[in-house]
Design a protein around this ligand. Sequence first.
Ligand SMILES: [Zn+2]
Length: 235
Amino acid sequence: MIQIEEFVDERQKSWCIHCGDYIVGLTTNWDHAPTESLLDEPIPPGLPKVRVCKPCNEGFSSDEEYFRTFLSCVLSGTTAPEGQKNSKVRRALARRPALGVEIEAGKREFSTLGGGKMIIWQPDAPRVERVVMKNARGHAFYEMGEPMLEKPDHVWVMPLVSLSREEVDEFENVATSGWAEVGSRMMVRQITGADLDDGWVVVQDNVYRYAVLQRGGLTVRSVIRNYLATEVHWN
Ligand SMILES: [Zn+2]
């Protein structure tokens, strides 16, 4: 990805965007947004990152491993380690069989009207939502320079296939009528088109894209592996 300088108020960088703690003078870590483990190797250079406190950075790793493993199982249609494309997911499932059992427990089979079978995988929603929210905070901060310290007004995560045609159109439409704040990375993207495709910031083709919108508050959307649609909104 293209690295973009930003010129937002430096004071906005005094707090960890996840817990709100004052981080000046503390040990901090660079936290990638999106989470690297949601991407394919090789990780794109210039991946957006933000400074967060160390406990927050480390505190997400178990949920992130769950999320990555869950997605891999859904997309491969199995929780068997050998069925996974990614070697890290194969190892995680082999090392922690309970993880596969937990994911398998959320698998439901339905008969469709046409007589076929359809499988729906129900994730551990709070774990998935924590990762989605973490990335949304990272995207909002990286693009707009806005630390979204409040609890969001809604977080939703849905497979794209479960949305109607109209809902997909509505979700995909991230065109914004106004210009992002002067000095923000989003403004630079709007001017130069850096990594932008119809308003979406493309991190990795067919793997991860996100959009940050200012419409009646702040909304962050993402599409993960062309399968999962997410939205986090602050009024
Ligand atoms: Zn923190």
